[in-house]
Design a protein around this ligand. Structure first.
Ligand SMILES: [Zn+2]
Length: 203
């Protein structure tokens, strides 16, 4: 069996970025390709350890071509002569290198954090007001993701969150389902964007 590192290297040669995101404590593995023409990207959720060529086939089935050279989404591949309006620039998702799984934040890790600056407290509190509902993170959000966005260590986010809102409520089964839902919603977002793109270019 090839190692995760080998699989990642193989995938990278084929222009497929392997990413893992954490949603509500559940790790979601996916492969991502980005269109060289319109910058649209697509992610396919995968089981861990899926071989690069299996991912390649999955993307090709979805209409991607030129992987490993100049990846094109099915829309751009079908209309090479018409310049595409550039897709709206999405803020880059902060990704965790696959070799460094996100650790659960322990109380000890929170205690080791220095006191947050007033600016950090305000930034975290602002984001929490939006991301937290009934003591739980909304789908796709976590201390880690908030920390990534704010460039503040996740343990410090957790510390401020606990000071402001108390410990997170959580039910593992519900959180697992929510993680699955998040993955599906992200696929849905991509499909919606591709549909919009298609409607605009064929209008
Ligand atoms: Zn494209």
């Amino acid at each position: 069996m090839p190692t995760t590192k080998q699989i990642r290297a193989d995938a990278a040669r084929l222009g497929i970025q392997t990413i893992r995101t954490v949603a509500d404590g559940r790790i979601i593995h996916s492969g991502r390709v980005t269109c060289a023409a319109c910058q649209a990207h697509e992610e396919i959720v995968q089981r861990p350890g899926v071989l690069a060529h299996v991912l390649l086939t999955a993307f090709e089935k979805k209409g991607w071509t030129g992987l490993g050279k100049r990846p094109l989404c099915s829309l751009c591949a079908a209309k090479p002569s018409i310049p595409n309006k550039p897709a709206p620039q999405m803020p880059p998702k902060v990704e965790e290198p696959a070799m460094l799984p996100k650790q659960k934040i322990t109380k000890a890790a929170m205690d080791q954090m220095p006191a947050p600056t007033p600016r950090q407290v305000v930034a975290i509190a602002d984001d929490l007001a939006e991301r937290l509902a009934d003591g739980r993170y909304r789908a796709g959000w976590s201390d880690h993701r908030l920390g990534d966005e704010l460039k503040i260590p996740a343990a410090l986010v957790a510390k401020v969150r606990e000071d402001l809102h108390g410990p997170l409520k959580g039910d593992p089964e519900v959180d697992a389902l929510r993680g699955d839902l998040t993955a599906w919603l992200s696929i849905g977002d991509d499909l919606r964007r591709r549909l919009d793109h298609l409607e605009q270019t064929r209008a």
